[in-house]
Design a protein around this ligand. Structure first.
Ligand code: UVW
Length: 295
């Protein structure tokens, strides 16, 4: 049962022990609303390809490594199997090092993460509260807004999308946003990065003043084709990630980063079914994902 809302945060709204935050808004009705948007049955991935040694990836995180542990060379060297051959491989990937979802245990401020859980519960052996395993399967309706051309036209590597831009773009879709919907924001950064017109040191994104509006609209998650959903580096001195702090820690709203929104933008659809299934990595603070849009 939901408690009365507190405009300063959503702590306690889904119970004092809650570890799932705004995903509680994705009810069976929200899933059925997503299903009702399906028209053609076309399915698209929203993930950037995983390539060994390549990004895009935030500075300080190591790119993915891919190791082949069984391949044709073993057989060429004389390895025998009974009538067949096979290949095996391993990947070493930062959970936030490609298209990914942040767990609620990813961020905190003043010693408290989502719902007031202590940041001391996140240790070198993993998160004892709010780990990524709490997410489960996400199926909901996505609302897509597109600022890619505005970013290109601005010439500003840190083009800011503020609350007026965002609310006007969502209103222009004509969609009546409902609790549990997902907001997807195409900033244009992945397109620019791919054609070597952008760096991982600066990216366009949502301004800090978007947080309260996103929460009041009822979005359960926000995804974007940039490093951090929010504008980076932060426009606020001494506040490295203001939108992470408000959305993830205070409101329990999930962030999905480094999406590839090029193919879905080309479809000209503002709403569709979105499915995201993080790895059930117990104690993980994020997970690579391959989000699927169904049109
Ligand atoms: C950054 O904040 C840079 O990204 P993420 O939220 O994945 O950690």
């Amino acid at each position: 049962m939901e408690k009365e809302s507190d405009p300063s945060n959503n702590w306690g709204r889904w119970g004092d022990d809650d570890e799932r935050g705004a995903l509680n808004l994705i009810t069976a009705d929200a899933v059925l609303r997503a299903v009702s948007t399906v028209r053609t049955g076309t399915a698209l991935t929203l993930a950037v390809p995983l390539r060994a040694g390549e990004g895009p990836i935030f500075e300080g995180r190591a790119p993915l490594q891919h190791f082949m542990t069984r391949h044709g060379g073993d057989y060429a060297a004389g390895l025998k199997e009974k009538g067949f051959g096979f290949a095996d491989d391993y990947v070493l990937v930062a959970t936030h090092g490609t298209t990914h979802i942040d767990a609620l245990a990813h961020v905190w401020r003043e010693g408290a993460m989502w719902n007031g859980h202590s940041s001391n519960l996140v240790t070198s052996i993993g998160a004892r509260k709010c780990g990524i395993e709490n997410v489960g399967a996400i199926v909901t309706r996505a609302v897509l807004v597109d600022f890619a051309d505005q970013y290109e036209a601005s010439g500003d590597p840190r083009h800011a999308i503020d609350v007026d831009d965002l609310s006007a773009a969502v209103a222009a879709t004509g969609i009546d946003v409902m609790p549990g919907d997902a907001l997807l924001v195409r900033t244009g950064w992945v397109r620019a990065w791919r054609s070597q017109r952008a760096q991982v040191t600066a990216w366009p994104g949502l301004a800090p003043n978007c947080a309260e509006w996103i929460n009041e609209a009822g979005f359960a998650l926000v995804g974007a084709d940039n490093i951090a959903v929010e504008l980076g580096p932060s426009p606020r001195e001494n506040d490295a990630a203001p939108l992470h702090a408000r959305l993830v820690r205070d409101f329990g709203i999930y962030l999905v980063e480094l999406l590839d929104l090029e193919a879905i933008a080309a479809q000209g659809r503002s709403s569709f079914l979105l499915s995201i299934a993080p790895m059930p990595l117990v104690g993980g603070v994020g997970s690579p994902v391959n989000p699927i849009a169904v049109l």
